[in-house]
Design a binder for this molecule. Structure first.
Ligand code: TYD
Ligand code: MG
Length: 469
């Protein structure tokens, strides 16, 4: 087979196609496909990609038998290396696991480097050997950050190498460190991979080499990856399957708090969150997230309700605000930010037709706090609560969350992930939840929250004492 075979790789999702096209047939991203050399190191891969089936089977003669074990043999608990940052350790499932690989993703500027420098310094202060390789910032910049964080004296070994071979040589020279931080994985490159730095092939090749090196040496590897929609820099999504743990660091726009979530964890739970506050002197752990969360809310003001939602696989609590005011116009205004206007129109129609709530002569404004965009039908019940609360001038209970889908008949339908929503709400300090009557929570979750089941939207309206004029 000619070694110069080429492939076209989508830089957003990593899909390989035979020819170039403007739009990726796999993920639908535009202008994300670039030409790269087909991987030549793996005959099996080349054979499959070239559609040649088992043509590479001539090599089978030199194969050796792989050892197979029983399930019972490998039941040792993974040892842990706590970072000393409790919120981070909780998300990791008790600390870093030696020989494992962790990917920390997040938008640029969200605070990934800050978090990892703080964790690296804490760990180094306990006597562990920690290597921090920054490919994005000069040593002076990292040092400036360390001074700002009050960590300048921590015995962290700092470097700026981005070449894979040099990194591996450096790590091997002084014996395997306990922790290696690569900031960021998108700056890595290797001559062995025939593709420009920053491409999917480089990202995949370098990450997999470092991961197998970490597994072999017993070091914990932490890779930082920027999540970006810009097709120029390969997204860290394509290496999620290679690592043991994937953490996402995110923040609501305009707020100083940050949430760390595990979206994949081979050594722990994935429904724990770590909450931090970005301050002048770095990230501070937030021990009581509900306090911080409730700070931002208008306590006791009518027209707000807290929705216990899910973002993909992640639970997220968000406040829905509504303002219902008498209209001075012939056609009342309906304005909505962060939610589907059609959904609002439907909800208003259901409130009018099924619950006797007259909104025809009122302007209705609906806003999802924090700049989030809600996609879920489960937000119906919370939006309805905010609307009715505003109309009735009756605030929703402060410790209450809402979720449930409202159908055109006025029935409240069950939604998925009830346990996760309740667990997140309990973690953030809420004690009651208005939920669809048909939904069932596990006993454990039902114990931590007081559930108020509703089967018809009318019951919610009645609980606010809203008058049907
Ligand atoms: P950084 O960790 O560099 O983000 P990332 O590595 O995810 O790109 O953090 C960048 C932002 O954090 C920057 O806008 C400044 C702010 N910041 C603080 O507010 N306080 C601090 O102590 C530090 C170090 C950063
Ligand atoms: Mg950074």
């Amino acid at each position: 087979m000619a070694k110069t075979s080429r492939a076209f790789v989508c830089q957003a999702c990593g899909a390989v196609t035979a020819r170039w096209s403007g739009k990726c047939p796999s993920c639908g991203e535009w202008n994300s496909i670039i030409e790269e050399a087909a991987p030549s190191g793996s005959p099996a891969l080349v054979a499959i990609r070239g559609g040649k089936g088992r043509s590479a089977s001539g090599r089978l003669g030199s194969a050796r038998l792989a050892p197979l074990e029983t399930l019972a043999a490998a039941s040792i608990d993974a040892p842990r290396l706590p970072t000393g940052i409790a919120e981070l350790d909780r998300v990791l499932g008790g600390g870093l696991v030696p020989g494992s690989a962790v990917l920390v993703g997040g938008d640029p500027g969200i605070g990934k480097s800050t978090l990892l420098l703080q964790a690296a310094a804490k760990l180094a202060e306990t006597g562990a050997r920690v290597v921090y390789l920054s490919g994005e910032e000069a040593p002076a910049q990292v040092r400036m950050r360390a001074v700002r964080l009050g960590l300048a004296q921590a015995p962290v070994a700092l470097g700026t190498e981005t070449n894979l071979a040099n990194i591996v040589a450096t790590l091997e020279a002084a014996g395997p460190p306990s922790l290696v931080v690569i900031d960021s994985v998108q700056t890595l490159w290797s001559e062995a991979v025939e593709a420009a730095p920053g491409t999917i092939s480089q990202l995949r090749g370098c990450a997999s080499a470092l991961i197998s090196h970490a597994k072999g040496s017993g070091s914990t590897l932490v890779l930082v990856g920027h999540v970006t929609k810009d097709g120029q820099i390969a997204g860290p999504k394509v290496i999620e399957h290679m690592v043991d743990t994937v953490l996402y660091f995110e923040g609501l726009s305009g707020h100083q708090f940050r949430v760390l979530r595990a979206v994949k964890n081979r050594f722990g739970p994935t429904d724990e969150i770590g909450v931090f506050e970005m301050r002048q002197d770095g990230l501070k752990e937030v021990e009581n997230p509900s306090a911080l969360f409730l700070n931002d809310r208008d306590r006791g003001a009518p027209g707000t309700a807290v929705f216990a939602g899910m973002e993909g696989t992640r639970p997220i609590l968000v406040e829905i605000q509504a303002l219902v005011a008498p209209s001075l116009l012939g056609t009342p205004r309906r304005a909505v930010v962060g939610w589907d206007p059609n959904r609002l129109a439907m909800l208003i129609a259901v409130l009018e037709a099924r619950c006797g709530v007259r909104l025809g002569s009122y302007d209705v404004y609906l806003n999802v706090a924090g700049g989030l965009r809600l996609q879920e039908p489960a937000a119906d019940l919370a939006a309805a609560a905010a609307l009715v609360s505003s109309l009735a001038g009756q605030p929703a209970p402060e410790d209450m969350v809402y979720f449930g889908e409202v159908s055109l008949t006025g029935a409240v339908r069950a939604v998925g992930h009830m346990d996760q929503r309740l667990k997140e709400a309990a973690k953030l300090g809420f004690t009651r939840a208005t939920v669809p009557a048909t939904a069932s929570a596990s006993d454990r979750e039902a114990k931590i929250m007081r559930l108020l089941p509703v089967s018809q939207l009318e019951e919610l309206v009645a609980s606010f004492g809203a008058t049907s004029e």
